[in-house]
Design a protein around this ligand. Sequence first.
Ligand SMILES: [Zn+2]
Length: 434
Amino acid sequence: MLLIKGGRVIDPAEGRDETGSIVIRDGRVADYLAGPDAPKTFDGAVIDAAGKWVLPGLIDMHVHLRDPGYEWKEDIRSGTAAAASGGFTSVVCMANTRPVNDHVAVTRYIREKAASAGSAEVFPVAAVTRGQKGEGMTDFSELFEAGAVAFSDDGVPIRSSLMLRRALEYARAFDFLLLDHAEDPELCDGGAANEGWTAHRLGLPGIPAAAEEIAISRDILLARFTGGRIHIQHVSTKTGVDLIRLAKGAGVNVTCETAPHYFTLTEAAIEGYDTNAKMNPPLRGEVDRMAILEGIADGTIDAIASDHAPHDAYVKRCEFTAAANGIIGLETALPLSMALLAGGGVTPLRLADLLSAAPARILGLSRKGTLGAGADADVTIVDPEVQWEFRESDVRSKSRNTPFFGWTMTGRAVAVIRGGRITHSLLEGTAADA
Ligand SMILES: [Zn+2]
């Protein structure tokens, strides 16, 4: 039994943003009590949430846990510890492991290891094609039975439109969800940074925005053609947002996410050849960044996901063109997203939707993303005012590839509860459960 007392309960699924208390029993939300007054006596632990936000547990729908196969970069234990520390109770992990998650044995391994060693619930995404090679399709039904929540070849684009058509048709028949890393591989070939003046001046080969936009267009057209459902991963360009807005207006079954770096940084961050600002899709221009902000504000962009991509120093401390793509993001996604509140356009209720309710809805996780009675007792308690500096010593991930060290952040997850157990706590008198 646990009582979270007198916090600002922000629960978009219940349309609730008010002071209240949450009662947790047997790993589920048992009750909601409106108002600042909670029972004077309570038979169980009490967390005083006065002055804090109480959100449905955050869900990061785009994470690379690197396990199995690249455990020196991250594993399920360290990756979910980073998740809990960043405020997340659930993470959705991509299939580009070694071996690739294209087989039930890999899906089951991830689920089982997460259940025994994880500080967050882990929902595996299985590959669309065997070995992510773009040729033979995986067995969606078998993988779904084993615990896969969606299908994506993320990390590798699906080159063939015919393959994507077949995958969408198959997915539609069973109401499975496809997530796509939208990229035209030929147009990107050899590129290391957003094609434009910055890359040109630094002498870096460019990745044109059109490479992403062509793939987004194709995905939208095939979703319309097949009636299948597609979710576009890590949208980074203005025209990409425009295309998705248009498609949604036309009734196409499409959703999308962006990552905090695309609304926080621009290609200016690669000055000095900082490989911690190298990612795929690359950081774009200011016009793109503004369009991402607009897409978030008007609802075109459904969700924010970190694209947490841990890498060791060996593949990052090298020449820019040779460096690996990606940054860690689980521990900065929440505070960077909270910066959206300052500019207006995004309310705390909408923020909870972007980081919790929307991912649950898109992925069909019915007991997640809400604090309604009967939901899993996944709760993220946030101090919205606290200012803190993000330091290397804060990092729970095994990797350190981030451009955000030394940044002053506002807002932080101060306690995280997953399935009724405390997985992270900075609150005095409240310790994480062993
Ligand atoms: Zn990707």
